[in-house]
Design a protein around this ligand. Structure first.
Ligand code: FAD
Length: 466
């Protein structure tokens, strides 16, 4: 296409859009390509769900707080922008689960709630003898006859029984997806478990074997973040991209396909931009509204997204009269609690609070229990303190409370999600060539998966632009 300058616009400045723009820019520079790149973001800041607040010596994550190290895409991106020396690992500490209103230590050696060591599972009081015997049936139950998709609930309940699911597996999964496990898709969340069952029949035996084969991987369940917060990854990419590439405060309203070729992007402020290729990394509801006359995207309107909130509270150490000997707890649905989890952040992440201070971070909101997110800050603070008071002895009010609401923000990959996403990609390729999508609504909502989707979509754009 000669030396005519082509235009690529990345829409959305969350971690997916940032990774996409970063790796696109890298390609353009390295190959000296005649491509002009723009990143447009609706709000006046970058990072999307990633938001770090640094205040009075605290490093407070309003949204995500860390990532799993098994997928190295955030580490690679951190190296690219030169902040990998600020990576920190979570400190080891005990985890608990509140089931039926009681606090139990998390049974050691379990992966997503499936035991890989028998002793901690036999000795835990988290499950009754009947519950344990039912879970042991996993060793003799046949493989599931379902070979396409099924719900996580159906899969786990069949193999492990209701009690292990309700007291352990469900609250662990709620912590990741804030979803209803009886709706969530196995193939879009843990497809490897389906393959393990098909190969080994027993989930417990298969996971034990798989775990012993990943000797070199970090297996102690530790997480990573940056000492200046996850926002430092966002800020580093922002600097690398430069102000000429980034356009904040630009909310896309519609995208039109031009008769000849290319697209016109229309913004709510009346501006327009032309593009040869567009990468949309916004949540799925936003994406759908950009193409109101594309019937193949209509289903995205119905794709659920759960509302959640995080509540960070700072205390003086002296305000905690009786403490919990651990770093975090998760809460099962059969407990009379409103919070779904709480982290003793100052213990798990020692960099996150000044000496002598305590930083607790609680989560609220899950599928079927989202209205709580709409309460006022004061009401939310009250509810959280009441819940915490059942576990620890707190004196007085916190020094500060930061409530952050994430409305309709946890995309729910319900049964069939993978097939629907595949069909969406196909439709885009046929009907809107040059338009690409990536991000947490499609192929994984963890930060590593979002970055990886950014890298993947860059390869698609490059192929298209050749
Ligand atoms: P987003 O961050 O949602 O970014 C999308 C961007 O698009 C936003 O900036 C938005 O303003 C912009 N946008 C939307 N519409 C338009 C428009 N019309 N025009 C222009 N721009 C638009 N993951 C982990 O790995 N570890 C964790 O610990 C973790 N904890 C989490 C805790 C919470 C409370 C939440 C909500 C999520 C958590 N996640 C975690 C998931 C992870 O944070 C997200 O999946 C990920 O950050 C999403 O990135 P994204 O770029 O795909 O989307």
């Amino acid at each position: 296409r000669g030396q005519q300058v082509k235009k690529v616009v990345v829409i959305g400045g969350g971690i997916t859009g940032l990774a996409t723009a970063y790796y696109l820019q890298k390609e353009i520079k390295e190959e000296n390509l005649p491509i002009q790149l723009k990143l447009v973001e609706a709000s006046h800041r970058l990072g999307g769900k990633i938001q770090t607040l640094i205040k009075d010596g605290y490093v407070i994550e309003k949204g995500p707080d860390s990532f799993v190290p098994q997928n190295s895409s955030p580490i690679t991106l951190a190296k690219e922008i030169g902040i990998h020396d600020t990576l920190v690992s979570s400190a080891w500490g005990k985890s608990f689960v509140i089931a039926g209103g009681e606090l139990y230590p998390m049974p050691g050696g379990s992966i997503i709630g499936i035991p890989t060591q028998i002793a901690p599972f036999i000795t835990t009081n988290l499950f009754s003898l009947t519950g344990k015997m039912r879970a042991a049936a996993d060793f003799i139950l046949p493989r599931s006859p379902v070979t396409d998709d099924q719900s996580l609930g159906k899969f786990f309940r069949r193999r492990m029984g209701d009690e292990v699911v309700d007291n352990l597996i469900e609250p662990l999964l709620t912590g990741i997806y804030a979803g209803d496990i009886d709706q969530l898709s196995l193939m879009s969340t843990f497809p490897e478990l389906h393959h393990i069952e098909q190969k080994h029949r027993s989930l417990i035996a298969g996971i034990k074997k798989a775990a012993s084969q990943t000797e070199n991987e970090q297996k102690d369940g530790r997480f990573l973040t940056f000492s200046n917060g996850l926002q430092s990854l966002v800020d580093g990419v922002e600097v690398a991209l430069g102000p000429q590439t980034i356009n904040k405060g630009m909310k896309v309203s519609h995208i039109y396909k031009e008769a000849e070729q290319g697209y016109t992007i229309e913004f709510t402020n009346g501006h327009t931009l032309d593009a040869d290729s567009v990468v949309i990394t916004t949540p799925h509801h936003s994406l759908q509204s950009m193409f109101p006359s594309c019937p193949f995207m209509n289903y995205l309107k119905e794709m659920p997204a759960t509302s959640v909130a995080t509540v960070a509270m700072g205390f003086d150490q002296s305000a905690i009269r009786k403490n919990m000997d651990g770093n975090e707890f998760i809460v099962s649905r059969n407990s009379d609690y409103s919070i779904t989890a709480c982290t003793w952040t100052h213990k798990k992440w020692p960099h996150s609070a000044p000496d002598g201070k305590v930083l607790l971070r609680c989560y609220l909101g899950k599928s079927g229990d989202e209205t709580i997110v709409d309460l006022s800050d004061d009401q939310i603070e009250q509810i959280v303190l009441e819940d915490l008071g059942k576990i620890v002895d707190l004196e007085g009010k916190p020094d500060f409370t930061v409530v952050t609401r994430y409305k309709d923000s946890m995309p729910q990959y319900t049964v069939g999600h993978k097939e629907r996403t595949k069909a969406l990609y196909q439709n885009l390729e046929e009907k809107l060539p040059g338009v690409f999508i990536a991000g947490s609504s499609f192929e994984g909502l963890g930060i590593p998966e979002c970055i990886e989707q950014g890298e993947k979509v860059v390869r698609k754009v490059m192929q298209y632009m050749q």
